[in-house]
Design a binder for this molecule. Structure first.
Ligand code: GDP
Ligand code: IMO
Ligand code: MG
Length: 422
């Protein structure tokens, strides 16, 4: 058996949570492999809506194993809040959630360091979710971090030593903070974390494969936020691309099967950094309104624009995408014309290759495609697709050279159409 991977091809929020939930019945195991509570993955079914942050999106299927892989950074405090909120809604997930001993812990001082670093950057801030992601991954690569396995022995001692180090680091910043405020509930949450199945997940995952169990790896963020290939430095601190699934789970590259690349029929970004197709006019506003584009983690309004095929082609290339999933086509229902950027113009140069940097003078070169001007949210099968939607999909498949296998036409589980391909 192989591991299928589902990951975002844009700047996050492509609808990963929704589609992982839809695909879960086909799999035995769902695993997160990177990121942490900066992620906000929204699921909707039977008039129930929930946003997951630390927990994989297969969790609402009781018979499935969900694993937080070693590449994830886990905040015990927000994790406990998530578990408690789910319990309140009637979901006790203690038995079907497994956590890697090697996942790194986000500590209260990591969150303070994140806030201090952002404040010191002023106008050039990343627009971090302030969940402590950057400082935690810095401690991981700097070989100072604490891992989930560390809560099993002498945690308090190890925590005190790292906290001291962080307090010294914080002296570098002119930043006021109240550590007690951030630390509230830490030890209680560590206690609660100890009740979970804390495992050597790389061994377990490889055993599952050996025993012919199927695994779906759920990406967080998106390719354009990848630490190596995203719009650096306005990125997150992990490898969001397919290779991150190998290091974030302990799976060899030759064990990767399908790579599902998910994208919105347009494009959004939250936080700072370049966004070539961003719209600052009423069209952008109309997209935000129709798509309800507000962050699932921070509530910040998302920046909106047209689809960017230069960035998408790049994302498909670095991930080895084998199948595409298009979401939110329904949001474009009332646009007479849809635009797609097929190249970038930078001064006299026109390129279709995603460049090292996205300069200020970059202008997207657009192709215009007729819109479908009708509601898609009730569609049940590809047979009902309006001709213009079929044309848009064919245009994308032609440009991107990968088939669009799934089309999502609304936030609910049921609003998902698998196309007849193969
Ligand atoms: P994720 O981070 O990739 O899981 O995506 P988010 O949950 O942050 O953002 C996607 C938003 O779009 C959520 O509010 C979803 O409920 C919603 N959504 C997902 N797919 C569709 C779709 O096809 N149409 C519409 N209208 N909304 C969708
Ligand atoms: P999901 O999984 C959209 C963005 C932040 C910021 C940058 C760095 O829901 O798609 P960080 O907190 O990681 O240091 O922030 O990355 N960002 C996301 N944007 N969706 C996400 O996750 C994101 N996670 C981080 O807004 O610009
Ligand atoms: Mg999200």
């Amino acid at each position: 058996m192989k591991v299928d991977v589902l990951l975002g091809l844009q700047w996050g929020d492509e609808g990963k949570g929704k589609v992982v939930d839809v695909l879960t019945p086909k799999y035995d195991v769902i695993t997160r492999f990177q990121g942490g509570p900066n992620a906000g993955h929204t699921l909707e079914f039977n008039n129930f809506k929930h946003v997951l942050h630390n927990i994989p999106s297969g969790i609402f299927h009781k018979d499935k194993v969900n694993i937080v892989g070693n590449g994830v950074v886990l905040d015990p405090i927000t994790f406990k809040q998530e578990i408690d909120a789910l319990k309140e809604k009637g979901f006790d997930i203690t038995d079907n959630l497994y956590i890697s001993k090697k996942a790194h812990l986000i500590l209260p001082t990591h969150r303070i360091l994140d806030a201090a670093s952002e404040a010191s950057k002023g106008k050039t801030k990343i627009g971090s979710t302030l969940k402590g992601i950057g400082p935690t991954y810095m401690d991981k690569t700097g070989r100072n971090g604490l891992r989930v396995g560390d809560i099993l022995h002498n945690f308090e001692e190890k925590y005190a030593a790292l906290k001291e180090k962080h307090i010294k680091l914080l002296e570098m910043y002119n930043f006021e903070y109240n550590i007690e405020e951030y630390e509230k509930g830490l030890f209680e949450s560590i206690e609660s974390l100890r009740q979970f199945n804390i495992i050597d997940s790389e061994h377990e995952l490889n055993k599952y494969l050996k025993n012919e169990k199927s695994i779906l790896a759920e990406g967080a963020q998106g390719t354009m936020l990848d630490i190596d290939f995203g719009s650096y430095p306005f990125v997150t601190s992990s490898n969001t691309i397919c290779a991150g699934a190998c290091t974030g789970m302990g799976i060899a590259p030759n064990k990767i099967g399908e790579v599902y690349g998910i994208f919105k029929a347009y494009c959004t970004r939250v936080g700072s950094g370049p966004f070539p197709t961003e719209l600052f006019d009423e069209t952008g506003e109309a997209l935000r309104k129709a798509g309800n584009e507000f962050g699932a983690t921070t509530g910040r309004p998302r920046r909106c624009g047209w689809i960017d095929l230069v960035a998408l082609k790049y994302a498909i290339m670095v991930n080895g995408v084998t199948q595409l999933i298009m979401t939110k086509g329904d949001v474009l229902s009332h646009f007479e014309t849809i635009k797609a950027a097929t190249a970038y113009k930078m001064g006299d140069e026109i390129t279709e290759e995603f460049p090292f940097e996205l300069p200020e003078n970059l202008e997207p070169v657009y192709t215009e495609i007729p819109g479908w001007n009708c509601d898609l949210t009730g569609l049940k099968s590809e047979d009902d697709f309006p001709e213009e939607l079929n044309n848009y999909i064919s245009f994308l498949e032609n440009e991107l050279e990968v088939p669009v296998k799934i089309v999502s036409v609304g936030p609910d589980r049921d609003q998902t159409i698998v196309r007849y391909l193969d």
